[in-house]
Design a protein around this ligand. Structure first.
Ligand SMILES: Nc1ncnc2c1ncn2[C@@H]1O[C@H](COP(=O)(O)OP(=O)(O)OP(=O)(O)O)[C@@H](O)[C@H]1O
Length: 495
């Protein structure tokens, strides 16, 4: 696979993913030897909006850090924290357990809630956007290429019909298929399809690869609407059906009850710490294809040890570690706990300059370097973050620093000050979503009709524009149907 050898000061040595809007490469910063994920697009300015949104979100806990945006002659690029593998099933992957999937659902729900509280909707939620953190204790939601603001100046954006489809057809909400403007509910419906995919390993609706655009969306819409629910949720706990029905019944600008959704999922994620429900910690033997390890020394220098048969070879220098003990432990839950404990003590240890040992899958796809976490302090104020962009860890002479800065400003334009983040941050803090504690739904039968009488929303329905515009919506649906009959394959923007 061809890829550019160098982007700005980054040496590219692999591809992490390919999507509709460009490529994501793995690159190493020459001076600091820190690995990053670099998203590249040949379409001018196409990454700018995503970068701005990521700058805002990266101030929040458990969101990917983004470091800089560069403009080169042929393409734009964005430098991000390098994360682990995504949760889309590959050929030989064994399916995750219900316990693990529920925990993943809770994690992503937490990310979505935090994002919604920051006035942002994702509009492309799917398992390939769920990425493991480097220590595998956390799940991140990535790719904000389709994201946008659903609320501006504390007012929800107006409802609209005949909108362009956005997102991925398999995981899109029905309202998205219908051409209705997306809001918080659409992210949550897509989350439900993602969880269903993780449970079943597949979804029954299939876009035909030979059919593109408008027609593709029409066909999948029909499949989604007409799917037999008993079959769809066969052998799956009722809570997952409730979850989907709840998100489908949310109104356009209704504040979702994230607590209710979490309560449904938490029935299956029983371990005290959410990450302890993950299969890679519960059943490490299923995931023991770990080929190498990264050892951090006080958060500064790193050793890569390759598992070369029985021999362990350090890439840079010899490691003084009893690998046998480590391997033995890695097969057990005890080891998982050890990781988590070591992580919680990580910052203290870094200060004391003691060694910590973290296993990392060394395949290119999963390759990650914990140093990428150390470039920025997530606890810093956004203003301070700006000041230390790609700040090398190693101490440099003043002259060397000056030369490096000069070189960078020549190569690409840094646009980190595109907006006043401090202002946005203040706004964020003042907006809090209402929390509605609801009684848990107890269902007697598998039929979806049983949940029809339950009203999770305390806000009267007739205050929602969708209700007021019911006639308009029905009209739009008819219009949409007519359009689908007559229109050729265009008016689409999605994969
Ligand atoms: N920070 C990262 N660290 C590691 N891998 C990443 C990172 N960001 C993205 N990837 C990998 O690259 C893939 C594609 O990235 P992304 O979704 O951002 O690109 P895209 O062009 O918008 O894709 P799509 O069209 O599928 O939505 C992801 O599924 C993930 O596997």
């Amino acid at each position: 696979m061809e890829f550019p050898k160098k982007i700005g000061p980054y040496t590219i040595f692999g591809t992490l993913g390919r999507g509709g809007f460009g490529q994501v490469y793995i690159g190493r910063e020459a001076k600091t030897l820190i690995n990053y994920a670099l998203k590249v697009s040949t379409e001018k300015d196409s990454l700018k909006k995503e970068y701005k949104i990521l700058r805002k979100l990266s101030q929040l806990k458990s969101f990917m850090r983004v470091y800089e945006y560069g403009i080169l002659e042929d393409f734009d690029f964005m430098v991000m924290e390098l994360l682990g593998k995504n949760l889309e099933y590959k050929n030989n992957d064994s399916f995750l357990s219900l316990q693990s999937i529920s925990a993943i659902g809770i994690e992503i729900l937490n990310r979505i809630e935090a994002m919604h509280n920051a006035n942002i909707i994702h509009r492309d939620v799917k398992p390939s956007q769920f990425l493991l953190s480097n220590d595998k204790t956390n799940i991140y939601l990535v790719d904000y290429g389709m994201a946008g603001y659903y609320r501006v100046n504390n007012a929800h954006k107006a409802f609209k019909t005949r909108c362009r489809f956005r997102g991925s057809v398999t995981f899109a909400s029905i309202n998205n298929h219908m051409g209705f403007k997306q809001s918080r509910r659409d992210d949550l419906e897509s989350l439900c399809y993602s969880l269903l995919y993780l449970i079943k390993g597949d979804l029954p609706w299939k876009p035909d690869p030979n059919i593109q655009g408008f027609k593709k969306w029409k066909i999948v819409l029909n499949q989604k609407v007409n799917v037999n629910h008993d079959k769809l949720f066969q052998n799956i706990p009722l809570e997952f059906e409730n979850l989907l029905m709840y998100t489908r019944r949310l109104l356009y600008d209704q504040a979702p009850n994230y607590n209710y959704m979490r309560s449904l999922l938490s029935k299956f994620a029983t371990a005290e710490k959410n990450c302890m429900n993950f299969d890679w910690f519960l059943y490490p033997e299923r995931f023991n294809n770990v080929k190498s390890f990264v050892i951090s020394e006080g958060g500064k220098s790193f050793l890569h040890i390759k598992n070369d048969g029985a021999e362990f070879v350090s890439k840079r220098r010899e490691a003084k570690i009893d690998i046998k003990i480590f391997r033995k432990k890695s097969q057990s839950l005890e080891f998982s706990e050890a990781i988590i404990n070591s992580l919680s003590k990580k910052s203290k240890k870094a200060k004391k300059n003691k060694n910590s040992l973290i296993p990392i899958d060394f395949s290119l796809e999963n390759l990650s370097d914990r140093t990428s976490n150390t470039t920025k302090d997530p606890e810093l104020e956004p203003e301070d973050q700006d000041k230390i962009i790609i700040k090398p860890k190693a101490k440099k002479s003043k002259k060397a620093k000056k030369n490096l800065d000069k070189k960078r400003t020549k190569t690409y334009e840094n646009i980190n000050n595109l907006e006043s983040r401090a202002k946005l941050d203040r706004k964020n803090r003042s907006i809090k979503s209402p929390t509605v504690i609801l009684p848990e739904i107890t269902l007697l039968s598998q039929s979806s009709s049983t949940i029809n009488n339950i009203d999770e929303c305390l806000t009267p329905k007739n205050t929602f524009p969708e209700f007021l515009n019911k006639t308009k919506i029905l009209g739009a649906r008819d219009e949409f149907n007519d359009l689908m009959k007559n229109k050729p394959d265009n008016n689409c923007c999605v994969s």
